[in-house]
Design a protein around this ligand. Structure first.
Ligand code: CU
Length: 456
């Protein structure tokens, strides 16, 4: 764990006004933060009931303090710097040094106390999305509690009743605070560690940002036209691979805190949806899928047996969600001969490049100077060249003989001989095509022109 224990980390706090006295802080659990966007090793429980920890993709789980049988966590809402992918950093709001905040893992029946310190320049709250909590712990500013003002610390306390996958996010100035990256995952593990046990259990949140190339802070009033489609505030090629041993039973828990739905698609394997927002899906109610749509505010847990070795694509199937910031306003030029226009434009702009005449794939190979702090539209290199992907994309790497608990990137898949698509170099037969329209016998049509009923 590359976490740092910064009990009195005040230097560099963006909100100087929001200082809490050291005496008051002494009663609070340590503030544990990280500045790394890597996937951290799972946090094995040191105290409390046993459970099988999850792995947060490009994230980490928050350690707790056990106090008189109560699990105490300390979340600090604060401005953070998050690397979206190598080459781009975003100035976001998050928790404990990162956006999303750390994953919170507890066990069914645990008594949980969460201290929430607000170091933002405006009020906030935390809503424990999906959890059956007493009404006064639900975190809706104005409705169930006064907002947590800058510099203040509030305490939430409840029993983690239902095992499952949950999220947390503010319920105060939500549009701004979620557009700025304030969110996190929550797992309540079942009391019986053997119930629904899997070999590898991953979790991440779908989120999105609108950050203009050359700037660092998201636009907070964007409703739908986001330009960065991310998992746990990371875009491909910044997203870690999901690693599995051959034969492992794998669970991937996904929560959607974007403003649109995401059809999540896995190559090479069939999965079933075993968990939703409301709990576990009974075995008799599951069906096999290769794509499942995750709506806004929903959570899905998918499970499969990693029975096919390889580097398998796993991505959102909306193709503009596997793209990064650049190029959203580029006109379609496929089939357009740009030579004439090129000649004229290069007189004015000697460096002008024509783009898109044969498709957009050239974008990923082009050595084009980018504005400061943005990501090329499509990047990522595989062993055979450019992957032409960005955004909500990663690989599921299935390997034989992987040790339990080994989550390191195993590198490129070594393809067994004669299992790879190859170039055909023989003679091509004439392609069979349907007859052209003017070779077909004429068809008489009786056309009746519409009359009346205009405006239908
Ligand atoms: Cu999507």
């Amino acid at each position: 764990m590359a976490t740092r224990r910064d009990f009195f980390k005040w230097a560099g706090a963006a909100v100087a006004a929001s200082s809490v006295s050291k005496v008051a802080m002494a009663a609070l659990p340590d503030i544990i933060t990280t500045d790394k966007a890597d996937t951290h090793a799972p946090l094995s429980p040191a105290t409390g009931r046993p459970y099988n920890p999850v792995v947060t993709l490009n994230g980490w789980s928050l350690p707790w303090r056990m106090k008189n049988g109560v699990k105490e966590f300390h979340l600090v809402a604060e401005p953070v710097v998050r690397e979206i992918a190598p080459g781009m950093k975003a100035h976001l709001w998050g928790y404990n040094g990162q956006s999303p905040g750390p994953t919170i893992e507890v066990v069914e029946g645990d008594r949980v106390r969460i201290f929430v310190t607000n170091r933002l320049p405006e009020k906030t709250t935390i809503h424990w999305h999906g959890q059956p909590v007493p009404n006064g712990m639900d975190g809706v500013a104005g409705l169930t509690q006064p907002a947590i003002m800058p510099g203040k610390t509030y305490v939430y306390e409840f029993e983690a009743k239902r095992p499952g996958t949950f999220m947390y996010h503010p319920h105060a100035d939500e549009m701004t605070q979620m557009a700025m990256g304030m969110m996190g995952s929550w797992i309540t593990h079942p009391k019986n560690p053997k119930f629904m046990a899997v070999d590898r259990d991953y979790i991440f949140l779908l989120n999105s940002y609108d950050i203009d190339p050359g700037s660092y802070t998201p636009r907070v009033n964007t409703m739908l036209e986001f330009n960065l489609w991310t998992w746990n505030s990371r875009a491909f090629p910044g997203i870690s691979p999901i690693v599995a041993g051959l034969g492992d039973r794998v669970r991937i828990r996904i929560g959607n805190l974007t403003m649109t739905n995401h059809p999540m698609h896995l190559h090479g394997h069939e999965f079933t949806v075993t968990g939703t927002d409301g709990g576990w899906v009974p075995a008799t109610a599951r069906w096999p899928e290769v794509t499942t749509d995750i709506g806004v505010g929903q959570m899905r847990a998918i499970e499969f047996v990693a029975n096919a070795p390889g580097d398998w694509a796993f991505h959102c199937h909306k193709s503009h969600h596997t793209m990064n910031a650049m190029g959203h306003q580029v006109p379609t030029m496929i089939g357009v001969n740009q030579q004439q226009a090129m000649d004229k434009i290069t007189n004015l702009l000697p460096d002008y490049m024509a783009m898109g005449e044969t498709g957009m794939a050239g974008m990923s190979e082009m050595e084009m100077p980018l504005p400061e702090n943005t990501l090329p539209m499509m990047t990522g290199q595989g062993q055979f060249g450019a992957i032409d992907m960005g955004g909500m994309f990663t690989t599921v790497k299935v390997r034989k003989g992987l040790a339990k608990g080994d989550y390191r990137d195993p590198g490129n898949y070594q393809f067994p001989s004669a299992t790879l698509a190859y170039e055909f170099t023989g003679a091509l037969p004439e392609a069979t095509r349907p007859k052209a329209q003017d070779e077909l016998p004429g068809i008489e049509l009786d056309v009746r022109k519409p009359s009346g009923h205009s405006g239908h």
